[in-house]
Design a protein around this ligand. Structure first.
Ligand SMILES: Cc1ncc(COP(=O)(O)O)c(C=O)c1O
Length: 406
């Protein structure tokens, strides 16, 4: 067995796969109209709202994944805060340049979003993170004040609930307070951690997420849906709709029949789209939210278990505290400089993959290279983690002895 611990993939489950199969054979188009598939789509969005503690009046849309869900949220934020009709006049008509804020641990999709929104990468100000890799709130406050002074228009703060590097969760309550005080849109990138909200032992970690103006979450991660499915939620449904709705004559709604009711394509960029809701609907109907919550708690307990194994192993060291289910660590080798240590750890990672033991990834934390394990498979067992640690140490010793890295 090859254990998959790289990036943050979730795993796949049977009801999801069955939903995928049925979707393929039904051929429903989720862009338009009132039909059973569209109602299922609405129900999944409603369940996502409930899981996040959002009001029933909020809206949402299912998209291909977290990157698109973030783009949807940030597009609504831009339009709501621009002070002009951006859809009509474009970003060139905005009087003061908009500023968005997030920590230096933000996922790369936010950069792509800024570029796609016509604001440019520099409109996204990266705020240093603290020792726990969470956004430094005092530094954020100072940056907002400095930008106002310099003639920018602070528009949106992006909080991360679970960074891709270490799973760190920004202080969402403090961000919600600051956003309210500064009149900023508060978007939460919860692609990794938003679903902690349904995990009884860990939901406190994302307290405040329910105060966001928009949230991106990823059912294809911790709900184990087959790829692809992400979800964007927007508290203000009319801001959401007015960002995307266009009604050409061939898509006008009718009082009854297929073309009546809530048109899903009014809430995103796609017109025709597939029935991705079904695989999530089937999985939630079959297993229930509580079971997914318990499995998330289980992954977090496993993250802590792995962290403790690493702390107890003299040949290894943690690169950051194992807070949730992402564990960053390295093989230690006295006397090696940063470059050679990186080469040694990279070689360990590649051999773990090539020998079919485990697929882990690597990253840089606090400026230093490290190995990274994300435990988000419901099939993972503690034995697997014991084996991972044993094999990492064995490979580290072997490579060091042979001098084959660096
Ligand atoms: C924090 C965060 N945001 C956004 C994304 C992008 O999500 P997706 O790969 O579903 O587009 C990821 C992916 O892992 C992520 O970890």
């Amino acid at each position: 067995i090859l254990f998959l611990f790289y990036w943050f993939l979730g795993s796949r489950i049977f009801p999801g796969a069955r939903g995928f199969l049925v979707w393929g054979s039904l051929g429903s188009n989720q862009g338009c109209g009132t039909h059973a598939a569209a109602l299922v789509d609405n129900q999944v969005v409603d369940w996502c709202k409930e899981m996040m503690g959002f009001p029933a009046t909020a809206s949402g849309t299912l998209v291909s994944g977290g990157s698109m869900a973030n783009i949807i949220g940030l597009t609504v934020a831009r339009n709501a805060k621009a002070g002009i009709d951006v859809r009509e006049h474009g970003v060139a008509g905005i009087d003061k340049p908009l500023r968005f804020y997030g920590s230096d641990q933000l996922h790369s999709c936010h950069r792509k979003a800024m570029e796609a929104l016509g604001l440019g990468n520099r409109a996204l100000r990266r705020i240093p993170s603290d020792a726990g890799l969470r956004i430094d709130i005092a530094a954020l406050r100072a940056a907002i004040a400095e930008d106002r002074e310099a003639g920018f228009k602070p528009a949106c703060v992006i909080g991360t609930a679970g960074t891709v590097n270490t799973g760190a969760i920004d202080d969402l309550q403090a961000l919600a307070d600051l956003a309210a005080k500064e009149d900023l849109w508060f978007h939460v990138d919860g692609c990794i951690g938003a679903l902690l909200a349904i995990a009884p032992e860990n939901s406190h970690r994302v307290a405040g997420i329910e105060r966001a103006a928009s949230i991106a979450l990823d059912p294809h991660k911790w709900l184990h849906a087959p790829f692809e499915v992400g979800c964007a939620l927007i508290r203000d449904a009319s801001a959401h709709r007015s960002t995307f709705a266009v009604t050409p004559e061939y898509l006008e709604s009718t009082p009854r029949g297929l073309a009546s009711g809530h048109w899903l394509h009014d809430f995103g960029l796609q017109t025709t789209r597939g029935f991705r809701a079904l695989k999530v609907w089937m999985a939630l109907r079959e297993h229930g939210i509580e079971k997914f919550g318990r499995l998330i708690d289980q992954n977090i307990a496993q993250g802590h278990y792995l962290g403790a194994l690493i702390e107890a192993e003299p040949a290894l060291e943690l690169a950051a505290p194992a807070n949730v289910n992402i564990v960053c660590f390295r093989y230690r080798a006295d006397g090696l400089d940063g470059g050679r240590l990186k080469a040694l750890n990279t070689e360990i990672m590649l051999r773990l993959q090539e020998e079919g033991i485990a697929a882990i990834s690597d990253t840089t934390v606090h400026g230093q290279h490290c190995l990274r394990v994300a435990i988000n498979n419901h099939r993972t067992r503690r034995d697997d983690l014991d084996l991972l640690v044993r094999e990492t140490v064995r490979l580290g010793q072997e490579i060091s002895r042979a001098g084959t890295a660096g």
